[in-house]
Design a protein around this ligand. Structure first.
Ligand code: PBG
Ligand code: ZN
Length: 345
């Protein structure tokens, strides 16, 4: 049966009817908000390339986590920006390191929010690399030792979930072993399984964690962005090694990989909507070329449509706010016409 009997536009006539048949809806309950902890007190310094995101001393970090919780965001992903760095990345596993402190403070004051910790040495090494460098090459097995030390220190501080980010071979297995042998059998691992060597991380390094590489690049461990069969192999291995949640990162340019991952593995799947994706939308909005809120909602919804269950995004608070407001006004979808003054350019 074709036209004129079949008219697909019948179900698009009003927001009410569109809402009724909508296949994918965003929810604040699927967002994870990345947070950056810095030493000191009363520090709330905006990150230039990620407007609306801040370097937060622990007192302010706690306030931010409470704000996130009040918007229905269940989890934060913690990064530390330490005062000093060294070759061994000792700050990454120090008992009184910045992240370990932040985890304790969050669990003491806002226990209901999930605290996920990023497990990667690169914020703590002098050269910005994700492990131990031997003769200019990232040494896999020497770096695994470091990863397990960081993992254990996060667990001991009270982390609710660990998220290994360095794309080393065998790291999920190594982490699972160290966690299980120390009584942390119930601590989940969210693996950055298919993490591509992308220039979209630049804002994160430059202004987010001050961990720009002093030499080389990350292409010997992060994935070549030309490949997606290989991404499936990475994800399969992480699942075999014990990952509870798998991830594709970045998100927007990689939605084909997200789609494949969901279809092939049917595992809880996260995407990381990275700093460069945020910066692109922010810059275009500032130039008046794109409508910030509308583009944000479109981008996040398309990640979900591709198969993401969980979205790690610097937009989490703003998107959650819009979802709540739109819910009240009956329009649960668009980012339009709502509170434009708050994010005025
Ligand atoms: C690893 C890590 C990185 C990002 C998150 N965790 C960078 C990397 O290791 O290459 C990038 C996130 C972003 O760009 O928003 N510590
Ligand atoms: Zn790293």
């Amino acid at each position: 049966m074709g036209f004129p009997a079949r008219r697909l536009r019948r179900l698009r006539q009003s927001e009410a009817i569109r809402g009724l048949v909508r296949e994918n809806k965003l929810s604040a309950g699927n967002f994870i908000l990345p947070l950056f902890a810095v030493p000191g007190s009363k520090i709330r310094r905006e990150i230039a390339s990620l407007p609306g995101n801040y370097h937060l001393s622990i007192d302010c970090l706690v306030e931010e986590a409470i704000a996130a919780r009040d918007l229905g965001i269940p989890a934060v992903l913690l990064f530390g920006v330490p005062e000093t760095k060294d070759e061994q990345a000792s700050g990454a596993y120090a008992q009184h390191g910045i992240v370990q402190h932040a985890v304790r403070a969050l669990k003491n004051t806002v226990p209901e929010i999930l605290v996920i910790t990023d497990v990667c040495p690169c914020e703590y090494t002098l050269n910005g690399h994700c492990g131990i460098i031997c003769n200019g090459y990232l040494d896999n097995d020497a770096s695994l030792d470091l990863i397990t030390k960081i993992t254990l220190s996060h667990a001991e501080a009270g982390s609710d979930m660990v998220a290994p980010a360095s794309m080393l071979d065998g790291q999920i297995q190594a982490m699972r072993q160290v966690l299980d042998s120390h009584g942390y059998q119930n601590l989940p691992i969210m693996a950055y399984s298919a993490k591509f060597a992308s220039k979209l991380y630049d804002p994160f390094f430059k202004e987010g964690t001050h961990s720009t590489l002093s030499f080389g690049d990350k292409r010997t461990h992060q994935m070549d962005f030309s490949n997606s069969d290989e991404a499936m192999r990475e994800i399969a291995l992480d699942i075999e090694e014990g990952a509870d949640i798998v991830m594709v990162k970045p998100a927007l340019f990689y939605l084909d990989v997200v789609y494949r991952a969901k279809q092939e593995f049917k595992m809880p799947l996260a995407v990381y909507d990275v700093s460069g994706e945020y910066a692109m939308i922010d810059a275009a909005a500032r130039l008046g070329r794109l409508d910030r809120d509308a583009i944000m909602m479109e981008a996040l919804t398309c990640m979900k449509r591709a198969g993401a269950d969980i979205i790690i995004t610097y937009f989490a608070k703003r998107a959650a706010e819009l979802l709540h407001r739109n819910e009240r006004s009956g329009d649960t979808h668009s980012g339009r016409d709502v509170l434009e003054e708050e994010w005025a350019i």
